[in-house]
Design a protein around this ligand. Sequence first.
Ligand SMILES: Nc1ncnc2c1ncn2[C@@H]1O[C@H](COP(=O)(O)OP(=O)(O)O)[C@@H](O)[C@H]1O
Ligand SMILES: [Mg+2]
Length: 340
Amino acid sequence: MPRKGLGLAPRLRYLAGRARRIDVGSVLERAHEAAEEHGKWRPAIVVDMLWQAGLRNVGFQDYIDYDFAILNKAERATYMTHPVSNQLSQKYDHPDFRGLFQDKIEFDRRFSEHLHRDWMVVEEGNADAVREFAQRLGTIVTKEPVGQAGTGVHRYHATEIEDWDAFHRGLLERGELLIEEVIVQHADLAAVCPGTVNTTRVTAFFDGETTHILAVAQKFGRGAVSDQMTYGGFYTMLDDSGRAAGNGYDSHAHIHEFHPESGVRIADFQLPMMDEVRAFVDRVARVVPEVQYVGWDIVVTPTGPVLVEGNWAAGVYENKPSATGIRTGHKPRYREAIGF
Ligand SMILES: Nc1ncnc2c1ncn2[C@@H]1O[C@H](COP(=O)(O)OP(=O)(O)O)[C@@H](O)[C@H]1O
Ligand SMILES: [Mg+2]
């Protein structure tokens, strides 16, 4: 099959930017981790990491997260990596429309019919509306709309707030300008971690006619407001039927056979309503067709999937060999759908 390729210019630009940003300390630190974990010689790992980064589009974190130290060339070639994902975002997510995804308020406006929950914007002078909203719902989630990289989500209980003017002022000052109703997740998700809404990350490509599902990951929280790794969360990949591939893991060298709080075995997890999830992702992927490559965060609820957010600069979720025994990744699916 002919390959269109991603173009030399964006690749060179990316590499140049990368070389400038190389953090030698962090490479050595990560090489040390990998060498210890897999019983390898550190200098060999350093050279391999640099080689893979420079010539094979493998980020240092990719190298660590997907255990490249123990994979052979053919296995490595099946892995999706952050540099390649970044190039896909640049090529297939039109710059004029990225703002709709970047700003969570803009996003909620544009995708409102797919949220299936109430939400409002904090503005000067609307303390009464905030109080009414929070008291009606009991618990609320607030978000800093732009660029918080996994740390900008908060949770409040109306009964713990005494001074509503001060609360409202605090939200404005801290930039927590979006308030959302708390999503109620499906019982099968709550069984693993009831205190956090556990999202499913569906990475998809819309080619103008068809939505291709490239990879599906199930994230699990630890009781905090967010299931992101910055809040202690981890993930496992799901197959096309919604079945977990194996143990859970994160980017900080933790592997979870069981959820630490609930004790549920992660490999036994089965996401309900997988057909509905596919149909739902197909619907949302058509809302802004100019943004073709997206990491969708969705939640399966008792009545079907709802949308949390879409990430135009989709991250990568892949199989971790040391956690699951699976030594191949999803890149062939990306190649087949996108044609690079
Ligand atoms: N309305 C909501 N109700 C309950 N939990 C939520 C809600 N919105 C987000 N969350 C939780 O917070 C996490 C992060 O939210 P998200 O909007 O995806 O921000 P980001 O990923 O940019 O930090 C979600 O994955 C989910 O666990
Ligand atoms: Mg998210």
